[in-house]
Design a protein around this ligand. Structure first.
Ligand code: ATR
Length: 289
């Protein structure tokens, strides 16, 4: 169904820098069309110094909803009227809803990660999970897993960031959570007793698709390996994990789920997840050309 922009069309969009290669416009516009909704989604290239003006513009233009991406996920929090608890714990927002000028911020990375696991029949409760990374995405994943009672081992290049993440999680949840320095010995030790490995670093992302954060001999069939890298769709880590007999989940899944939950917040409707997944995948293929 093709929708024409008209006087009543509701506008959503993405604020970030850069935004040119985002698949979110394709994913959300496909979802709006599939449900016949009078909505449109645009990318907004907003520089760091313009963020406050851009957020004021959301109120002035009565934009219904936003995705917030790099580098604004932390800064945006202070410009909204309210943020939900997960967003405050994680320290970042990736979704904004505008209700008559009142802006509410959410973090759907965390919830999206859990929905993705549920779709794959994975229950985090009682699982030993190794998380690589301690940036915004890693923190969302760690809080999500901790909230469901998984035991966590966090390894990050900058050890202090991993320790800060452990401290914040320990304040909110009683689950077991440790930080280890990122080296082969610790990785081998942690992976031996783990059921799941999540790469929440950017290692392996194009143009460095030859890189992997884990030596392949440490992978095995006892693991479910999740990579947030979606470009390339199957990272070197996932290729080697699959070869080693592990179950794998690629980054497109988390991307789709965080988008689906944003869609639900803006529209109040059940997101057409398969439509969104297909549109995101097609947009990625387009970028790969
Ligand atoms: P995001 O919000 O997308 O998570 P980020 O906050 O910049 O982005 O975090 C990127 C993550 O990838 C961090 O954990 C980073 O490690 P540092 O905290 O040490 O910076 C990790 N990362 C990026 N490049 C890396 C590399 N070459 N080797 C190991 N870790 C890397």
């Amino acid at each position: 169904m093709n929708l024409e922009i008209n006087g009543k069309t509701k506008l959503c969009g993405l604020m970030g820098d850069p935004v040119e290669h985002s698949v979110s416009p394709a994913m959300h516009n496909a979802a709006f069309r599939a449900l016949g909704l009078d909505y449109a989604y645009l990318p907004f290239h907003v520089r760091r110094e313009d963020l406050a003006t851009a957020i004021a513009g959301v109120r002035a233009f009565n934009i219904r909803g936003l995705n917030i991406t790099i580098p604004h996920k932390i800064e945006a929090m202070g410009l909204l009227d309210e943020t939900d608890r997960p967003a405050r714990q994680i320290g970042a927002v990736n979704v904004v809803v505008n209700d008559c000028g009142r802006l509410s911020g959410f973090n759907t990375d965390a919830e999206g990660f859990l929905s993705m696991l549920t779709e794959h029949g994975i229950e985090p409760q009682g699982k030993n999970v190794v998380v690589l990374g301690a940036g915004g995405a890693a923190r969302a994943i760690c809080f999500a897993l901790a909230s469901r009672g998984a035991a966590l081992t966090i390894l990050n290049r900058t050890a202090a960031r991993a320790r800060a993440c452990v401290k914040d999680i320990a304040k909110a949840f009683s689950t077991q959570v440790n930080a280890l320095d990122l080296n082969r010995e610790n990785m081998a030790y942690a992976l031996q007793k783990a059921g799941m490995l999540v790469n929440a670093t950017s290692v392996g992302m194009l143009p460095d698709s030859g890189a992997t954060p884990v030596d392949s001999d440490l992978l095995g069939p006892h693991l479910t390996v999740v990579d947030i890298v979606y470009n390339p769709r199957q990272s070197r880590l996932l290729k080697e994990a699959s070869k080693a007999g592990a179950k794998i989940i690629n980054g497109l899944e988390m991307l789709t789920w965080q988008g689906a939950l944003a869609f639900e917040r803006w529209t109040g409707l059940q997101p057409p997840i398969d439509v969104m997944r297909r549109a995101a995948s097609a947009a990625l293929r387009q970028h790969e050309k």
